[in-house]
Design a protein around this ligand. Structure first.
Ligand SMILES: [Zn+2]
Length: 351
């Protein structure tokens, strides 16, 4: 009899090395031994041949509750498990329960805990009219970070935080040691570009990218990092679709500021000219999917170590909210929990 519960044999991928003929031994739900050669006996054994055995992932950006009575934690966390993700960090923009107080955090924890099949952590946020007054109570209630948006997606569920209020929030978060993550699109710049697209009568897939050109994203990223620099709060751009954005983040880090940046798997996978053209509203995401040339720039930044982390920004809308032939009338965002790890590994190996 062996004292291992489970042994997996295959190609074991570790942070610093790859063991071709390796194995991983598990006891009491924990990895207790990683080795090479003949695998030890165990209660349960799996010979996986050439399959890669990789560490599980954390997905730092999911939206499990954006649409009432749709996905919920039972499904998002099952998707996570199926995709090799064992922790999700869920965003605060829940329909009917904006997570902006200790009470709202407790409600969400109580709601999600019995459903969750993998671990989860939560982002908190604020209600604009309450200012920064409920930041500290949410830190005490256990949020992992805060999320704000420079763009107003929805006045109740996903409100815009104007510059002065963003600064106030950053200043309140700074002493707590947590990070402020911000959706990076300039509200006025997007609305002006959107009005132009509507005036031109463009309703097909091109309308979305044209309504959110690069400057709308980069202006917001600059505001976010400079607000972090002025307040001493760690500043995190939650989804950057442009190579230039990674250069901006890097320049702040080079000056000693805590400026981190996140890429989503769809920006590393899809492009506007083939995929958005083919998928229409289903590929409407904020910020938008960019050109193939831009996708390759992002992979260069991954290679250079300029991408702090890769996430999904996972959200599941009902199909009727993703299939309107008028591109701008669709909801924004896509699911990704089941495919992030495989698509990232595939994309990296191809390059
Ligand atoms: Zn998001």
């Amino acid at each position: 009899m062996s004292d291992f519960d489970l042994v997996l044999s295959g190609t074991v991928v570790l942070p610093t090395t790859i063991i071709e003929n390796g194995y991983v031994a598990v006891r009491d739900g924990k990895i207790v031994h990683v080795g090479e050669g003949v695998a030890p006996s165990a209660h349960e054994r799996h010979e996986l041949g050439k399959a890669l055995i990789v560490p599980r992932a954390i997905d730092a950006q999911t939206h499990s509750l954006s649409q009432k009575d749709r996905e919920d934690f039972i499904w998002s966390t099952r998707s996570a498990a199926a995709g090799g993700v064992t922790t999700i960090v869920d965003m605060p923009y829940d329909e009917g329960n904006l997570v902006c107080s200790a009470e709202a955090v407790r409600i969400k924890v109580a709601h999600a805990s019995p459903q969750a099949r993998v671990d989860f952590a939560l982002y908190g946020t604020i209600k604009p009219e309450e200012g920064a007054s409920r930041i500290l109570e949410q830190v005490e209630a256990g949020v992992a970070a805060f999320k704000f948006s420079t763009f107003g997606t929805d006045p109740i569920r996903f409100p815009r935080i104007p510059p002065a209020l963003l600064e106030e929030c950053f200043a309140a978060i700074a002493p707590t040691g947590l990070t402020a993550g911000v959706h990076n699109e300039d509200d006025e710049a997007v609305r002006a570009a959107m009005a132009k697209v509507k005036a031109l009568g463009i309703t097909d897939y091109r309308g979305h990218g044209l309504s959110r050109p690069p400057l709308t994203e980069l202006l917001a990223s600059l505001q976010i990092y400079e607000t972090g620099a002025q307040t001493g709060c760690p500043a995190h751009v939650v989804h950057c679709s442009l190579g230039r954005g990674y250069e901006i983040a890097r320049s702040y880090r080079d000056r000693g500021f805590d400026a981190t940046i996140e890429c989503c798997i769809h920006y590393l996978t899809l492009d506007e000219e083939h995929d958005v053209a083919r998928l229409g509203g289903k590929a409407k995401i904020n910020p938008p999917i960019r050109s193939r040339a831009e996708v390759e720039k992002l992979w260069e930044h991954v290679r250079a170590g300029n991408v702090t982390l890769v996430s999904t920004d996972h959200v599941s809308w009902s199909e009727n909210r993703k299939t309107n032939p008028d591109m701008l009338a669709n909801a924004s965002g896509v699911p990704g929990l089941e495919v992030m790890v495989p698509l990232f590994v595939k994309g990296a190996l191809e390059r």
